[in-house]
Design a protein around this ligand. Sequence first.
Ligand code: PLP
Length: 395
Amino acid sequence: MINEKMKNYGNNRSVIRDLFEFGNQRKAIVGADNVFDFSLGNPNVPAPKEVNETIRELLDTKNDIYLHGYTSAQGDAACREAIVKDLNKRFNTSFRKENLYMTCGAAASLKIILTALYAEGDEVIVFTPYFPEYKVFVETTGAKVIETPSDPSSFQIDFEILEKNLTCSTKSVIVNSPNNPSGVVYTEETITKLAALLEKKQQEYGHPIYLITDEPYRELVYDGIQVPFVTKYYRNTIVCYSFSKSLALPGERIGYVLVPDEIDDSKDIYAAVCGAGRALGYVCAPSLMQHVLERCTGLVSDLSEYLEKRDLLYNALTDMGFECIHPDGAFYLFMKSPIEDAKEFSEKAKEFDLLLVPADSFGTPGFVRIAYCVATDMIRRSLPAFEKLAAVYRK
Ligand code: PLP
């Protein structure tokens, strides 16, 4: 009667959502200030003031059809033009508005491109740790996720394992840098090596291997680190982007898929993107946000606050003896569980009202993810609870 697979996705909520709900229940009992919720990746810096000013100005000066009417299925032409102009200026590229398809954020961008590309039996490489929704997005196309462990010392790509996992069924590889949940940014060396290996494998198998780069954290990096713009290194690259983090607008649901002219079968893939958008009902991304982007592309929220949060948490937790990956980007701290079972560790942390996400569903057991996109004051107040947690394992 109903689709069992969908029922299961609905009933088996993500661990992150479960923790978040647990946190809400605890807040009702012990008070909001006494629960240290590090579960969700919800930006806590404001959108640039120009974004809200633009919304106000648009509401005051434009009519309702312009503001709230349907745009083209693939997005408003002026908005797409503004976005490619900005990309071309920043990355010295020559994209056209015809390369862009506007979406409801990176999640929709990924689902659209995966639906456009995959058929039953295709294989998709993802590197652990990875954003758990990739699995849902890939599996519902009939393709198969090939989990490929990263180098455990750096969380860069382990090329030996990757080479073994690339087969003639590999349709694409998904990368996410800066990474959720590790905070790691792929170096230029990693991207260059990846490009060379994929190029070699394309030749060997006689068909394209598309590199899908999921980049909601592109601008969120620290210490002057540069994020290589992947299309410049590997021709068959498709970009999934979202303004959720860079403009701190996750609830407004706006992003894009970029299908460059240079990739193999570009026109057909763009047509398949439009087809997938249609089949999934993902046409015409929110029009008000598209009009805002036409005027605000190129702006970024003040992300410097995250640096203070990162340093505060990383330094405090490593001083307490926890082992953490030093995050170069995004707003997550990836911490090694002091015991093998990170779920058990996360349960113990709950006893101190610390909500840490066990990373098993990211494909990396033995770690927890700490989303530090929270008030700096909450991080400070949480430190005694972390200290108590550390003490449990010191004995
Ligand atoms: N990809 C990664 C790696 C993410 O971390 C997220 C959200 O946190 C998404 C995709 C989805 O982004 P959006 O909210 O723009 O759909």
